[in-house]
Structures are given as structure tokens and as C-alpha cells.
Design a protein around this ligand. Structure first.
Ligand SMILES: [Zn+2]
Length: 129
């Protein structure tokens, strides 16, 4: 007859094996389904919540409508991985503009910044005179 200690050790080993098996299965499954999320590469975030794609463990293509021109677009899993893990985009941010409108918006912002800096320089010039 086995002692309680032996029995507990056996049960523990069995549970560990089962856990490893489940873990291996989910990792393989996720890799098969799409682009896996590498949580350690995400930008730090102080939210208590967890983004849906992190819970899911992989990125999926997302349909969105451009806020400027209204064109229907797809934000692909690969683009999301780049945005969140390489560019370190905020984890709760999502695509809102198509490529053309994004470039236009960037140009508009740069022009506005140049105008602002020019204004400041002019003001300083006037104050100095
Ligand atoms: Zn657009």
C-alpha cells in the first residue's frame, strides 16, 4: 500500500503532465490559427483590463471603415502585430484611417506644426525688437 506522501507525489506529477499537454496543444493551435501575440513585446500599459487580442493569443484581420473617406478596409493580423509589437502602439488603439488618408493626415499635421513654429519664431522676433 502506498503512503499518502507517495500518492500525493503521483497525483502532482500527473497534473503537471496534463498541464503541459494542454499548454502545448493551445500553443500549436494558436500558431495554426493566426499571427501569435508576443505579450512581452507590447507597449507597457497601466490598464487593469486585458485587450481582446491578448486574451485570444493571436491577431485576426479586422474590418474597419476609414473615418475620413469612409472606405471599407482590412487591418491585417500582420499589420496589427507590427503596430503593437514593433511600433509599440498603445494596446487599445485601433486602425481608423486608410493608407491614403493616413498620409494626408500626417502631411496636414506637419504643415500645422510648421505654421505654429513659424508663428512662435515671428513672435519672438517681434518681442526682441
Ligand atoms: Zn480614407
Amino acid at each position: 500500500m502506498k503512503s499518502g506522501k507517495q500518492r500525493r507525489r503521483e497525483l502532482k506529477a500527473r497534473r503537471q503532465r496534463k498541464r503541459e499537454k494542454i499548454h502545448a496543444a493551445t500553443v500549436a493551435e494558436k500558431a495554426e490559427r493566426g499571427v501569435a501575440v508576443v505579450v512581452t513585446e507590447l507597449a507597457p500599459c497601466n490598464s487593469y483590463g486585458v485587450p481582446r487580442f491578448v486574451v485570444r493569443g493571436y491577431y485576426v484581420d479586422v474590418d474597419f471603415t476609414c473615418v475620413d473617406c469612409g472606405v471599407q478596409q482590412v487591418w491585417t493580423a500582420a499589420q496589427q502585430k507590427w503596430w503593437y509589437e514593433v511600433a509599440k502602439g498603445y494596446v487599445y488603439s485601433t486602425a481608423s484611417r486608410c493608407r491614403a488618408c493616413r498620409r494626408q493626415e500626417r502631411e496636414r499635421r506637419e504643415a500645422a506644426r510648421r505654421a505654429h513654429l513659424r508663428g512662435l519664431a515671428d513672435k519672438r522676433q517681434r518681442v526682441a525688437e
